[in-house]
Design a protein around this ligand. Structure first.
Ligand SMILES: Cc1cc2nc3c(=O)[nH]c(=O)nc-3n(C[C@H](O)[C@H](O)[C@H](O)COP(=O)(O)O)c2cc1C
Length: 360
């Protein structure tokens, strides 16, 4: 048999896709009042050619919100918004819609939540978040009490149940980029001494508990997880990256989740995450390269042919090209993303990038 490439159908367990081009999770700050609406439904439906369409980071609890007009999934109104999105996506194409559950932890902000953020330890992140009133410094978070952790697991479980009830195909647990689950894993942000910190086994415990509980609640085939080992985003510092992520991947492997989504952060801590994941993770592996501008279709094809990856997730190129799989398959020119409108409100730079057909 010929080697598979980016456009070969993929099947493993319950996951079946017509090709290997996925859309990476992208915060776009257009879910006004944290509730997805018709504009968001239109944006996602335009991108329904994706094999897996991972949504914008979405907070599973009000206290997990860190940015303006990011979507939530912890109340009925938000769930109805996601129903609108799921219906539009499924009417438009074959994409499997996975809602990314992003609890911001210490980089959530009282400007949006009205509360002191929670985190594994009371350690403030350097930096800040954008607000309509200007840049707001991150604040000192409050350390989560051990007794609070089961309710936090339950927040993820309830959000996942709501995603399924809304007609989404699953959820992606965001354990990357310095958000709450990454804050537990990373030695710099987790100084706990209660069995949820201290050593590698302790630091990976909470994310594994969340993944286990969510998988039990909605089915492992509806749960993906994203990691970015050693990535310093959001002021993350990690020691023992190799031991930590080998242990995390090993602990998650038996759950038989839909996929492991790896942001190739090997350039930061030297941990060869794609290679390690391939060796330690028996299931579907989705890679997001992190990304060189010149990452070509040929390179992606080669990675798939060599068995290094099963699916490739594209972020910025999917912002600018709603029909990205078609464009990559046909070698068509790509629209350039406009970074000035990545986080701006409204349809400009959101739903107005033309498809090939519209451009013709
Ligand atoms: C505008 C923007 C928003 C993003 N939002 C998220 C997010 O909500 N969750 C996440 O895991 N990654 C997020 N990322 C990271 C992307 O998923 C991806 O890893 C990154 O853009 C590199 O891939 P690319 O070169 O294909 O764009 C975001 C990136 C951009 C540019």
């Amino acid at each position: 048999m010929a080697h598979p490439n980016l456009f070969t159908p993929y099947e493993r367990g319950a996951l079946k896709t017509g090709h290997r081009v996925a859309m990476a999770p992208l915060t776009r700050n257009r879910a006004v009042g944290t509730v997805p609406g018709p504009l968001n439904a239109e944006y996602y439906a335009q991108r329904a050619e994706a094999a897996i369409l991972v949504s914008e980071g979405t907070h599973p609890a009000a206290i997990g919100q860190g940015y303006l007009d990011t979507a939530g999934l912890h109340n009925d109104e938000q769930q109805a918004g996601w129903t609108l999105v799921a219906d539009a996506v499924h009417a438009a194409g074959d994409a499997k819609l996975f809602v990314q559950l992003m609890h911001c932890g210490r980089v959530a902000h009282p400007y949006y939540t009205g509360e002191t953020p929670v985190a594994p330890s009371a350690i403030k992140a350097d930096g800040g978040t954008f607000t309509p009133d200007g840049q707001a410094e991150f604040v000192l978070p409050r350390e989560l009490a051990t007794e609070e952790l089961p309710a936090l697991v339950e927040d993820y479980v309830q959000a996942a149940r709501r995603a399924v009830a809304a007609g989404c195909d699953g959820v992606e647990l965001h354990a990357a980029n310095g958000y709450l689950l990454h804050q537990f894993v990373a030695s710099g942000t987790n100084h706990r001494t209660d069995g949820y910190g201290t050593d590698v086994a302790g630091r990976i415990r909470f994310p594994v508990e969340v993944a286990t509980a969510v998988a039990a609640a909605i089915g492992p085939e509806k749960v993906g997880i994203r990691i970015s080992p050693g990535h310093p985003f959001n002021d993350i510092e990690e020691e023992q990256v190799h031991e930590t992520y080998d242990a995390l991947i090993r602990a998650l492997a038996p759950l038989d989740l839909a996929y492991l989504h790896v942001l190739d952060s090997s350039g930061y801590a030297g941990y060869p995450v794609l290679e390690q994941a391939r060796e330690l993770w028996p299931g579907t592996l989705m890679g997001n390269e992190g990304f060189s501008e010149e990452f070509t279709v040929e390179e992606a094809d080669q990675m798939i042919a060599d068995g290094k990856l099963d699916l490739v997730a594209y972020g910025r190129r999917f912002i600018a090209n709603p029909d990205l799989p078609t464009r990559l398959r046909t070698g068509a020119e790509l629209n350039e993303p406009d970074s000035d409108t990545f986080y701006a409100g409204g349809p400009k730079g959101y739903t107005d990038y033309p498809t090939l057909e519209q451009a013709a």
